[in-house]
Ligand binder design. Structure first.
Ligand SMILES: Cc1ncc(COP(=O)(O)O)c(C=O)c1O
Length: 366
C-alpha cells in the first residue's frame, strides 16, 4: 500500500492534539504526591453532588444506547437559556461541535480567520478539512483585534472563530467591539462564537452571544459543561445554530454522540445553580489572591475573565520546569513568552504562590 497516496495530503504532518500533562505523569516524573493540575482549565472540584448521584444511578442501565437526540438534555439547556431547542445540538464536548461545523462547511481553498494565540482546535479543524488558516495576532494587551479580523475576511473566508473569553489569555472583547464587528463582517462569513468560559465572566461590557442569536444571522454560539460544571471527563458541549446548519451537523454527527452518563450529568448540573454561583465566587477569590501575590513577586500576568491566568515570562521553559518541580502543572506554549496557569482550590493557590516565591528566588526576574 502506498500510504502517502492513501491518506489525504492535508493530514500530512498533522500531530494529535497535545493535552496538558496529567497529574499521574507528574507524580511519576517528580516523585511528589502533592500535585496541582492547573494545565487544562478544568474546574478543580468534582461534578455537583446532584449530578454525581444521578450519574451513579444510571450506571446499571448502560447496556442500552443513549438517547440519540438527547431529548431531555436539549429541553433542559434550551429552557435554561430561554432559546428555542430547535436551534440546539449537543455534542461530545464542544470540540466535537467545532469539528462538525468545519466538516459541514469547509472546502479546500476556503479561508478560516481566528485570533492567535487562541484555542488550538481552530487551526486543527481548519487544516483537517483542507482550508487555509488566517491567524490574526492578538493586540499588545492579549485581546482579539476585531477590526484586524474583519480586515482579514474576504470572499474566500468561510469561517470566523471568535473565542470570548479567549483561551489562553483570559481576555474578552466588549459589546461595543462585537457590535462593530457584526456590522462590518462580510455576509459570506459564518461566525462561530466559542463561549466555553462564559459562566466565569463578570464584566458588564461582556456581550452574551445568545442575545445576538436569532437563528437567521450566520452565527453559532458554542458552550460546554467541561469548565464550571466539572464534567470534562464525560464530554458534553452544545451549540445554538441556524436551522440549515444544524440539520447538516446533525446529519454528520455520530449516532449516539453524547453518552448516557454525560446527558444525565449535564441535566442535573444545570439544576444546581446556587453551587455554580458559589464556584464562580470561589474562582474569583482565588484569582484575586493570586494577582496580589504575583504583584508582590513581580510576576507579570494578564488580568483574566476566566479560571486561568496568562503569565508573561521571558523564561517560559525554565518557569514551566521549575513549577513542575514544585508540583504545579501549568500549560506551556513552547517558546511563546508566556505560560497558562489554571486557578484551583485554596490548596492549589497556596502551592502555586509558594512555588513562585521559590522560583523568583532561584531565577531572579521572570
Ligand atoms: C475555548 C475552548 N473551546 C472549546 C473547548 C473544548 O471544550 P470541550 O470539548 O471539553 O467542551 C475548550 C477546552 O479547553 C476551550 O478552551
Amino acid at each position: 500500500m502506498d500510504w502517502n497516496a492513501l491518506i489525504r495530503p492535508e493530514l500530512d504532518g498533522m500531530k494529535p492534539y497535545a493535552p496538558g500533562l496529567r497529574a499521574s505523569e507528574v507524580r511519576e516524573r517528580t516523585g511528589r504526591d502533592d500535585v496541582s493540575k492547573l494545565s487544562s482549565n478544568e474546574y478543580p472540584l468534582g461534578p455537583v453532588p446532584m449530578a454525581l448521584e444521578a450519574m451513579a444511578a444510571v450506571l446499571p442501565h448502560l447496556n442500552r444506547y443513549p438517547d440519540g437526540s438527547a431529548t431531555a438534555l436539549r429541553a433542559r439547556i434550551a429552557g435554561h437559556w430561554g432559546v428555542d431547542e430547535r436551534f440546539l445540538t449537543v455534542t461530545n464536548g464542544s470540540n466535537e461541535l467545532l469539528r462538525l461545523i468545519a466538516q459541514a462547511v469547509l472546502r479546500p481553498g476556503d479561508e478560516v480567520v481566528y485570533a492567535w494565540p487562541s484555542f488550538v482546535v481552530y487551526p486543527l479543524v481548519t487544516r483537517m478539512f483542507g482550508a487555509t488558516a488566517v491567524p490574526v495576532p492578538l493586540t499588545s494587551d492579549a485581546r482579539h483585534d476585531l477590526p484586524a479580523m474583519v480586515a482579514a475576511c474576504n470572499e474566500r473566508t468561510r469561517l470566523l472563530f471568535l473565542c470570548n473569553p479567549n483561551n489562553p489569555t483570559g481576555t474578552i472583547f466588549s459589546r461595543t467591539e462585537w457590535d462593530a464587528l457584526l456590522a462590518a463582517v462580510p455576509p459570506n462569513v459564518l461566525i462561530v462564537l466559542d463561549e466555553a468560559y462564559f459562566e466565569f465572566v463578570d464584566d458588564p461590557e461582556y456581550p452574551d452571544g445568545l442575545t445576538y442569536f436569532d437563528g437567521v444571522r450566520p452565527l453559532v454560539v458554542a458552550r460546554t459543561f467541561s469548565k464550571i460544571y466539572s464534567l470534562a471527563g464525560v464530554r458534553v458541549g452544545y451549540g445554538f445554530l441556524p436551522p440549515a446548519l444544524l440539520a447538516a451537523v446533525d446529519a454528520i454527527r455520530e449516532p449516539f454522540n453524547v453518552n448516557t452518563v454525560a446527558q444525565i450529568g449535564a441535566c442535573y448540573s444545570l439544576d444546581d445553580q446556587p453551587e455554580i454561583a458559589s464556584r464562580k465566587h470561589v474562582n474569583r477569590e482565588q484569582k484575586t489572591y493570586l494577582y496580589s501575590c504575583f504583584d508582590r513577586l513581580g510576576v507579570a500576568y494578564v488580568p483574566s475573565h476566566t479560571n486561568f491566568i496568562w503569565i508573561q515570562t521571558k523564561k517560559p521553559v525554565e518557569v514551566f520546569e521549575e513549577l513542575l518541580r514544585e508540583g504545579v502543572i501549568a500549560r506551556s506554549f513552547g517558546d511563546t513568552p508566556a505560560l497558562r496557569l489554571g486557578v484551583g482550590t485554596e490548596t492549589d493557590t497556596k502551592r502555586t504562590v509558594e512555588a513562585f516565591e521559590k522560583i523568583v528566588g532561584r531565577l531572579g526576574s521572570l
